[in-house]
Write a protein that binds this ligand. Structure first.
Ligand code: ZN
Ligand code: ZN
Length: 416
């Protein structure tokens, strides 16, 4: 399918270059060319999209999602079959696309089958970059057994957030197993978390030897390790062991910032998830204990973002919203905009995210030959980030895999 976009005000995130009255051609899902002024006669049929002076930019990337966690009701979730879990996950992926996310990175839960279904167009949704199951130590952030529960973790074939692996050999085996199943990265849970029942936020999980074993496996597979971590003891140990990316990082210190910069590593803050859970209170599905833990990390989140931004850390967009709160996926833009200039926030969800995902030159840019993951917006997000946050008003079309999803349509497009 051919698509031609005319009267566009293009935004190239990496360079910040803007072009007015520009046109772009999309052929077979890729950007085939473009220019400024009057375009040449199109060859063959094309759907013409008149951007009417609105912004055309690369589609967004959310680098921290959990597609399979579409409910926070753990008792109900325990009754879901793999098929039901997957159908719900793909439906939520479709909603993400309609918010403007053309690529999402799942960091716990999604699998090869879901990525394949999306790639084959069996379900409408973003490109899915997945890491399979997150690795947790016994009693760590991925161990949801109650204290009285002595059952052995099993059933690794079920879609689930995490798997338990203790010791260097078990971690090595679990890493190899996730890469065998096609994981694009490996996620490790290396500090306490909000939702897990039996750990403190400041708890350090895994030893540097175990993390190092996972890093070596990842590097051998040309992949990388990313870690869930809050406390600097956990963050710094993981960065010294060679992990490439830190999720959350709310409590990071100066040493964490130094290591992030020195290693050219990435930080994915997920501040909206704390705000959304805080506002929802017990309706978020969190227990009393978890709501207390939430306060510890929520209070520090903005300071961490500010320090990282000032130091020039590679910042990437992430939302980490679970269940019904996923509807607030775009609100992280508003939060980041309180600290960072709009173009920096846009880069975190496009060009910098592409570098983290090792998809540079394929997504996050308008360059010819790249995937045509495009947004057609009414308004200019570089002037006002709220243009991205209210798709029902400003996001006219999402272009992905050669197809156009009309979001806030105002008519006026023609096919010739
Ligand atoms: Zn996490
Ligand atoms: Zn998460």
């Amino acid at each position: 399918m051919r698509i031609r976009i005319i009267n566009a005000h293009t935004l190239e995130p990496l360079t910040g270059e803007r072009q007015k009255r520009a046109w772009l051609d999309v052929v077979d899902g890729r950007i085939a060319g473009g220019g400024v002024g009057t375009p040449p006669e199109p060859s063959g049929d094309a759907r013409i999209i008149d951007a009417r002076g609105g912004t055309v930019m690369p589609g967004l990337v959310d680098a921290h999602v959990h597609l399979t966690v579409t409910s926070t009701d753990v008792i109900d979730r325990a009754t879901w079959t793999p098929g039901y879990t997957t159908v719900r996950a793909l439906q939520s992926a479709g909603e993400m696309l309609r918010r403007g996310f053309t690529t999402v990175r799942d960091v716990g839960g999604a699998d090869y089958g879901m990525a394949r279904a999306l790639e084959e167009g069996l379900a409408v949704g973003p490109r899915l970059i997945f890491g399979g199951k997150a690795l947790s130590q016994t009693g760590g952030h991925g161990d949801f057994r109650a204290p009285l529960d002595d059952s052995q973790p099993c059933c690794q074939h079920k879609p689930d957030f995490g798997r338990i692996a203790d010791g260097v050999e078990a971690v090595r085996h679990a890493a190899r197993d996730e890469f065998r199943k096609g994981a694009h990265h490996l996620k490790m849970l290396v500090s306490g978390g909000v939702a897990s029942p039996s750990d403190e936020i400041s708890a350090v999980q895994y030893t540097s030897e175990e993390i190092r074993a996972a890093v070596v496996e990842a590097e051998n597979h040309n992949r990388y390790v990313t870690v869930h971590a809050y406390h600097p003891r956990a963050v710094n140990q993981a960065l010294r062991a060679g992990v490439r990316c830190v999720e959350h990082g709310n409590l990071i210190d100066e040493e964490s910032i130094r290591l992030l910069v020195e290693n050219d590593a990435f930080l994915v803050p997920t501040i909206i998830t704390y705000e959304a859970m805080y506002e929802a209170g017990s309706a978020s599905g969190l227990s009393e204990v978890s709501l207390k833990k939430l306060e510890e990390v929520r209070a520090a989140a903005m300071h961490a973002l500010e320090q990282a931004h000032r130091a020039g850390v590679n910042l990437v967009y992430g939302s980490d919203l679970l269940g019904a709160l996923q509807a607030r996926q775009l609100d992280e833009f508003t939060i980041r905009g309180r600290i960072q200039p709009p173009l920096d926030v846009i880069r975190s969800a496009t060009s910098t995210a592409a570098r983290l995902l090792k998809l540079e030159g394929r997504i996050g840019t308008l360059a010819p030959g790249t995937y045509a993951d495009l947004l057609v917006l009414d308004g200019d997000p570089e002037q006002d980030l709220s243009v991205l946050v209210s798709p029902e008003r400003h996001l006219r079309h999402v272009i992905h895999q050669g197809a156009v999803t009309d979001v806030a349509t105002h008519g006026n497009d023609t096919a010739i």
